[in-house]
Design a protein around this ligand. Structure first.
Ligand code: C2O
Ligand code: CU
Ligand code: CU
Length: 429
């Protein structure tokens, strides 16, 4: 905490090497290290300042994915940090406890920079979440699980030119930057913060013995109540917090089984929809500490009301365009009034996978096609998978931060698509 009362973090993007396999140095990038970056933690009400440095040979930006903040602090393509330069955004945390993340967002280079290893978690806390009986000892019973697929060549370097339609697809998983990880479990309940940190691949996370788990939070924070399930699909950029029960001495694997892409079988095959991958092995000790029962009520989420919406907008994703337009840094696509509640209807017009992410706001899902949203889409979201041919109706209330000069982004979070132009800009005025 500095003299101005700000909680200060330092993040410098740098090049390095990482030994994912002992004795094999892979060229990688990271923040304050060679791969990924530190987990930042802040509490609702905190004023934060992040001193961002760039020791790379190319320009970068750092975007706070899921954060409600002024547009100039957002770290999108307009907040470029040139090599050797620095940038120090500051903002006040004003949203519920959640698992957010940060990553680069430079024009046409986002996929490459994330692929090289630039990403990290930004965990938010608040009094409501802190008062609940939930595991929250970071690294002990509250575990980040940042999942990324990668492919290595014979020299142990990342191969980035093997692509499906959705972008580069790896055949091995790095979890928090580690191949084939395991976790020594010491409590009877473990909280896993699942983050799809991949540039393109979708996952359907579950356990090797089919056991069910409780979903407690999605992108923007806790659900109203824990939802038991045995699998959860996450597309790039989406997060989920789950609680899994363990018994003494047992071993079970967190896995990803073929996600339902909502496409034809052949499209699924071409888009890595057929793969079963081991994510992490959980190894329970012979004696486990007791966390106790999961609270039945988690968060008070007030439903946003369609009757309060002042504007409806529709977005159709097709090719690499949104509403038939490619990203243009000089064009503002949408102008939103500060504080407004809006309904955004989103369609994926292709028979292939896309998803949709909106900066600076958390939305609620009103309809998935003609249905009410399932449990995993019943809380706060900032990124959503778009099954082809299904119409998604989202409702969101924008904050009061106005800025006619700096826009926020909305885009497909399959990063090759974003880089190809599947992105638009909105200002809040
Ligand atoms: Cu996580 Cu605009 O991105
Ligand atoms: Cu974002
Ligand atoms: Cu896409």
């Amino acid at each position: 905490v500095n003299a101005a009362g700000e909680r200060v973090f330092d993040l410098t993007a740098e090049e390095g090497t990482t030994e994912f396999t002992p004795g094999v140095a892979t060229d990688t990038w990271g923040y304050n290290g060679s791969y990924l970056g530190p987990t930042l933690v802040a509490k609702r009400g905190d004023d934060v300042r992040i001193n961002v440095g760039n020791d790379l040979d190319e320009a970068t930006t750092v975007h706070w994915h899921g954060m409600n903040l002024p547009a100039e602090m957002d770290g999108g393509p307009h907040q470029t940090v040139e090599p050797g330069a620095s940038w120090s955004p500051n903002f006040t945390i004003d949203q519920p406890a959640a698992t957010l993340w940060y990553h680069p967002h430079p024009t046409e280079k986002t996929e490459h920079q994330v692929e090289m290893g630039l990403a990290g978690l930004f965990l938010l806390q608040d009094d409501e979440e802190s008062a609940l009986n939930l595991p929250r000892s970071y690294g002990v019973d509250d575990i980040p699980v940042v999942v990324q697929d990668r492919r290595f060549d014979d020299n142990g370097q990342f191969v980035t030119d093997v692509r499906g339609y959705i972008g580069p697809i790896g055949d091995q998983l790095l979890v928090n930057g580690t191949l084939a990880p395991y976790l020594d479990v010491t409590s009877d309940v473990v909280r896993l913060r699942l983050v799809n940190g991949s540039t393109a691949r979708l996952y359907d996370f579950g356990f090797s013995d089919g056991r069910s788990f409780d979903l407690i939070a999605t992108d923007g924070g806790l659900l109203r109540e824990a939802a038991p399930m045995d699998g959860i699909r996450l597309s790039p950029g989406e997060r989920a917090e789950i609680l899994v029960k363990m018994t003494p001495g047992e071993t079970v694997k967190l896995q990803s089984t073929p996600p339902d892409l909502g496409t034809s079988a052949s499209a699924a095959t071409r888009n890595a929809g057929d793969d079963t991958l081991d994510v992490m092995e959980l190894r329970a000790a012979d004696a486990l500490s007791s966390i106790g029962a999961t609270p039945t009520t988690l968060a008070n989420i007030v439903p946003l009301d369609k009757a309060d919406a002042t504007t409806d907008r529709s977005f159709t994703l097709n090719g690499y365009t949104i509403n038939n337009r490619l990203m243009d840094m000089t064009r503002i696509d949408e102008t939103v009034e500060a504080g407004a509640t809006e309904v955004w209807t989103v369609d994926n017009a292709m028979p292939l996978p896309h998803n949709f992410h909106v900066h600076a706001v958390q939305f609620q899902v009103l309809r998935v096609g003609t249905e009410s949203p399932p449990a995993e889409l019943s809380g706060w979201k900032d990124t959503i998978y778009l099954e082809p041919g299904v119409r998604y109706e989202l409702i969101m209330q924008f904050a009061e931060y106005t800025d006619p000069n700096f826009p926020y982004m909305f885009h497909c979070h399959m990063l090759a698509h974003e880089d190809a132009g599947m992105m638009g800009q909105f200002v809040v005025v």
